[in-house]
Design a protein around this ligand. Structure first.
Ligand code: HEC
Length: 210
């Protein structure tokens, strides 16, 4: 019985069921729509996982398109199509592995969120350490370190704010920046001194070579 069924379906073109064809079309359209929706969402949000998922939908839509195209063709054509689908899936798999390896490499070389890789004169090292360990990098960029927001880049803060104003900002910041009023006074002075000599790239290197 089963031998009869399988020999039949593998050797000769199966009779094309209209309902089956319609189901394939519906699956194709749904996957294609989801591909476009997720691609747009990943573009606006910058999410790699949404991008990966949208590619998955695209692959599925492609698979349904191939299934529709070879529906009713000879067994050899359907076998070749199946082989092609397999190769596509393997390519997607390899692409995802390579992309993840690349992102892992980027993440690993992005530096620690509580370390500032920036050359400063010796007397400012203590303040640099306080800045690194107080979580400033979560919201500010200092040189090549930290996040680009929501706070402004502090790499040249000395050009924008005088020392006293920097200290005032730490004590009475504008939300969402937390207050550092309770910071140990010695540490706070070191921090303020460090910030008050950040004149952007050129001056920092100039200072460092003094
Ligand atoms: C939760 C996020 C956050 C953290 C953590 C944070 N800040 Fe801020 N910071 C901000 C935001 C947002 C602003 C801008 C506020 C405004 O609109 O005036 C700001 C403003 C500043 C300013 C004024 C900049 C200017 O151009 O006027 C300084 C200086 C500053 N922060 C230093 C620090 C330091 C030093 C630390 C760590 C000890 C720190 N911040 C931690 C979010 C943060």
């Amino acid at each position: 019985m089963s031998a009869h069924c399988c020999t039949h379906s593998a050797a000769s073109p199966p009779p094309v069921d209209r309902r089956y064809r319609r189901t394939l079309w519906i699956a194709l359209i749904l996957n294609a729509v989801m591909f476009v929706v997720e691609l747009g969402a990943s573009w606006t949000s910058g999410s790699v996982s949404l991008l990966a998922d949208s590619i998955d939908f695209m692959g599925d839509a492609g698979n349904y398109a191939i299934s529709l195209a070879v529906l009713g063709m000879a067994a050899s054509a359907r076998a070749r199509a199946a082989l092609f689908k397999g190769a596509c899936m393997a390519t997607f798999g390899i692409f995802v592995i390579v992309a993840m390896a690349y992102l892992t490499y980027l993440g690993a070389s992005a530096g620690s969120p509580n370390e500032i890789d920036l050359a400063v004169p010796k007397q400012y090292e203590a303040g640099k350490l306080v800045a690194a360990q107080s979580g400033c990098l979560a919201c500010h960029k200092i040189g090549e370190n930290g996040n680009g927001g929501p706070g402004p880049n502090l790499s040249d803060i000395a050009d924008k704010l005088p020392k006293a104003a920097i200290r005032r900002t730490l004590d009475n910041p504008t939300a969402p920046m937390p207050s550092f009023r309770g910071l140990d006074p010695v540490k706070k002075t070191a921090l303020v001194n460090f910030l008050a000599q950040l004149h952007g790239k050129e001056t920092v290197t100039q200072n460092a070579s003094e």
